[in-house]
Design a protein around this ligand. Sequence first.
Ligand code: ADP
Ligand code: MG
Ligand code: MG
Length: 339
Amino acid sequence: MKKRILLLAGGQSGEHEVSLMSARSVLAALPRDQFDVTPVVISKQGRWLPPTDTARALETGEAQGGGDLVLHRVASAEGYDAVFPLLHGPMGEDGTIQGLLTLAGIPFVGSGVLGSAASMDKVMTKQVLASAGVPQVAWKLATRRDWKDRPESVKQSAEELGFPLFVKPANLGSSVGISKVSRPEELTAALDLAFSLDRRVILEAMTRHKPREVEVGILGNDAPIASPVGELSFDADFYDYETKYTAGRAQMHIPARLPQDVAKRVRDLALTAFRALDCAGLSRVDFFYVEETGELFLNEVNTMPGFTTTSMYPKLFEAAGISYSDLVTRLVNLALEER
Ligand code: ADP
Ligand code: MG
Ligand code: MG
């Protein structure tokens, strides 16, 4: 019997559009002899669009219309064998939708509540990975309350890390709200921006030289495998939103031009991180490699990485001999697997 799959796309985060792009690719690639796929686009307001509005949203990228609130629909989403929550960022990749699906008793693609939440929050990720011995840049946490009541102590934290440094909302993606702060005078604006988007903000020391950005894909549940390592190169000062989503701004290199021992360390550390954070299904694990010093730092773990046919994660597995359509099939089967 064909498995009935509910493909969720769009969602309430700043990465809504990115998700729609990924969903078009996945929808086209899931083999129809094995799966009966129903797409549902979630609007930015959190409403599940009915079929015609979903079709229009996938076509035009404009998710308009009414529909039920997420909570209503999940509670009545029985009848599906599995859900593919192809959603990025808050309310999609952070454990919230995973919690609802768990309550509803429906298997789903990707990490569960714990892995999703721990990987989404950059501070929590750093804490977990530190205890697993994974190398990371120096960092400090500040809360909105700290910034309001004790701004001098937040500035002091920045001084201790030194400039330039990065200021980031703890729970976002796609570089939204991230600033590179080169001088103390730029700090207030960077913190105001980050705190307008999140209650928790991470301050991060910058690597001593502009790092090379290398990424690896992980696939599996309790016996995960690592893809070959890939690299992104670009001219911009850092990998910001524009560079990520403007065609031609960044180049992908697969495999990354790395010494063999470095590539091996990347893959091993990524597997360690995947296990330490209790991830499942898939993750793309991103690193900074400082060529001048040979240092390697784990930057972040993305539990639902960009998933168009030209995105890094599927390209990495294509290089390992797993086609895009095989990859999505495997992911759904991993969701259905007994664990
Ligand atoms: P997101 O989850 O939004 O992708 P990242 O933590 O990956 O956020 O940061 C986005 C980009 O900012 C990185 O890909 C890199 O170019 C730059 N960056 C972030 N942190 C640092 C750092 N500590 N040192 C150097 N570059 C950094
Ligand atoms: Mg991210
Ligand atoms: Mg990133």
